[in-house]
Design a binder for this molecule. Structure first.
Ligand code: ATP
Length: 192
């Protein structure tokens, strides 16, 4: 049984803040692997600043390179929209019944809104949540829930919003995104 952490995000684009969390969880906890699950665009909500699914997935693949502990997942691209985490978890459990155990990786900002998620009671009952603290986030209601395990991962105060703004303004995002992502973005029109 491979213990697999699922790190969900729009990754618009993926940045080193994401990669530090993914790598920390994959190498400094009992997880065997971490999958970065790219959330699809909601077709009902066209969002001008959200890059196309496959572009975001491609950037995540570039960021991961040949790291054997990380994997990019497009599992939600083929699922009904909007994609709810509980549905994705259920689908994955059915797809990998005997070889994988799935754990949710979540920042404190997400845990604080968990009570609004579809079937959150089921998520807490059936899955472990590996929580990492985010700055400026108050202690969440579920932090002491038996399914929630807290980790002190190194934090970087950057966001995809900031990266997009830099690109739009023609500023360098070198070192804020993995090298391969930087090189790709240098030669692309994405986010400009
Ligand atoms: P945006 O600025 O567009 O809202 P983001 O950088 O917050 O994007 P998401 O794709 O929404 O990126 O992030 C995926 C997950 O990673 C979310 O759960 C988010 O809380 C977390 N995350 C985002 N930035 C960081 C960071 N610097 N350090 C740790 N976790 C982060």
């Amino acid at each position: 049984m491979k213990k697999t952490g699922l790190f969900f995000g729009s990754f618009n684009p993926v940045h080193v803040g994401h990669m530090i969390i993914a790598n920390y969880m994959a190498t400094q906890t009992d997880l065997d692997e971490v999958w970065l699950v790219v959330s699809p665009q909601n077709p009902l909500k066209p969002k001008a600043s959200l890059a196309k699914d496959h572009d975001r997935l491609h950037l995540v693949r570039l960021a991961i390179g040949d790291n054997p502990y990380l994997r990019a997942s497009d599992i939600e691209f083929g699922m009904p929209r909007p994609s709810y985490t509980i549905d994705t978890l259920t689908y994955l459990k059915e797809k990998y019944p005997s070889d994988r155990d799935f754990v949710l990786i979540m920042g404190g900002d997400n845990l604080a809104t968990l009570h609004k998620w579809k079937n959150y009671e089921l998520i807490l009952r059936d899955y472990q949540i590996y929580l990492y603290k985010r700055p400026k986030v108050k202690k969440a209601e579920f932090e002491s829930h038996p399914s929630v395990k807290t980790f002190d991962a190194p934090l970087l105060d950057i966001s995809a919003t900031y990266i997009r703004r830099c690109l739009k303004e023609g500023k360098s995002v070198q070192y804020l995104v993995p090298d391969a992502v930087f090189e790709y973005l240098e030669n692309a029109t994405l986010y400009r």
